[in-house]
Design a protein around this ligand. Structure first.
Ligand code: FAD
Length: 349
């Protein structure tokens, strides 16, 4: 066997899985399809639980990872253009770290202790019962390589090739959402020490958001796949200009991504045989798109489950299923709370 565990995906779920497995003395490879450090669409706010796990397993977040403003005071939820409620980040900490995900994720990966292969994309795998043979496309020339391991972890984010291969019918039943995010030079009257959420559905069926990072105005919105996102974004941008004096200069980046409804419906997929799914691949994402904490925690739980299976015998998937019971419950509770705050379903079917 080449490795005890192959992890696919170098986000926080992959890094935490690796850290946990390395702590147990296992031989681990992370494969990542992009060149590292890779860009990740995100607001880059490290909520308290994510901060706690990061410090415990990886150490203090280095200065190089932060942006300006460094620590955010809270989330400001706007019920309409005039009325808001603040949720403080400062009850137990000085504030929530505001980071670039490329830098934070890369730092996690470098500190995971695992061997890492970037520009390497998983294409398929064969399960021979007592071992797995993973097929990847490696490097710029797309050479096919094979790696053998006892366990495989999908930390691929919401679009998981492994999940689609394991359970095509499950995949077919998923509902998808699309998110857009713009990065403009410029300024506005919105308090840069807050992450702002605009809850009125005409700015986005999920919600619309705004934050400041290194002088860039980062804002976006999300709707059901198939709905028209452009009119929502247009209305939202106009409102930011008229009500909050948004002056947008040069457009630095414009990105989009998909998300699915596994999290909001509680339709988690934890794996099959010796293949486990962690983070967003398994459906772990809290309301309003907070996903770093559950990516880290489920990565560590998968590592614990694999270690238990090796040392005590029994199925890693059974252990993982038991270990994630609390995390699954918390995810469902977070979406119920999110809907209560928004006064509506945040991921309408
Ligand atoms: C607009 C937006 C804003 C957000 N803001 C926040 C925030 O402020 N705070 C927060 O906590 N959460 C936020 N989130 C959620 C957070 O980004 C995710 O929940 C989190 O990144 C999930 O981590 P992960 O490790 O599961 O997956 P990811 O971080 O998505 O990592 C998956 C990795 O797997 C790689 N990969 C995928 N398929 C393959 C393959 N076949 N072969 C090899 N590699 C593969 C990908 O390239 C990627 O690097 C936000 C999300 C969005 C969309």
């Amino acid at each position: 066997m080449d490795y005890d565990v192959v992890i696919v995906g170098a986000g926080p779920a992959g890094a935490a899985s690796a850290r946990g497995l390395i702590n147990e003395g296992l031989k681990v490879l992370i494969v990542e399809r992009k060149k590292l450090p890779r860009y990740k669409i995100c607001s880059g706010i490290i909520f308290k639980e994510a901060q706690d796990i990061t410090e415990k397993y990886f150490g203090e977040i280095p200065e190089s990872v932060y942006v300006t403003p460094k620590l955010l005071k809270g989330v400001r939820f706007w019920a309409d253009n005039e009325n808001f409620t603040d949720w403080s980040f400062q009850k137990e900490r000085n504030g929530a770290p505001n980071v670039w995900r490329s830098a934070y994720d890369y730092w996690l990966i470098e500190n995971s202790g695992a061997e890492v292969k970037d520009c390497c994309s998983l294409k398929g795998f064969y399960d021979y019962g007592d071992y797995l043979r993973v097929e990847c496309t490696d490097g710029a020339h797309g050479k096919t390589i094979h790696i053998t391991s006892k366990y495989l972890i999908s930390a691929e984010g919401c679009k998981s090739t492994i999940r689609a291969l394991l359970e095509p019918s499950f995949e077919k039943g998923l509902k998808w959402f699309i998110a857009y995010q713009n990065y403009y030079e410029g300024n506005s009257d919105l308090d840069p020490y807050f992450y702002h959420g605009f809850l009125e559905p005409h700015y986005g069926e999920v919600y619309a958001w705004y934050s400041t990072k290194d002088g860039l105005q980062v804002f976006g919105t999300a709707v059901r796949k198939g709905s028209k996102i452009y009119p929502c974004l247009q209305r939202y941008s106009e409102m930011l200009k008229e009500r909050f004096g948004l002056k947008s200069g040069r457009l630095v980046r414009k990105v989009s991504c998909l998300g699915n409804d596994m999290c909001s419906t509680g339709n988690f997929y934890l794996g099959k045989g010796n293949v486990l799914l962690v983070g967003e691949a398994a459906g772990f994402l809290h309301a309003f798109g907070e996903g770093i904490s559950c990516a880290l925690s489920t990565g560590l739980l998968a590592a614990e489950a694999i270690h238990k299976s090796i040392t005590a015998g029994g199925s890693a998937l059974d252990f993982y299923s038991k270990l994630t019971a609390v995390e699954r419950r918390q995810t469902k509770v977070s979406w119920r709370l999110g809907s209560k705050i928004a006064g509506r379903d945040l991921m309408p079917q």
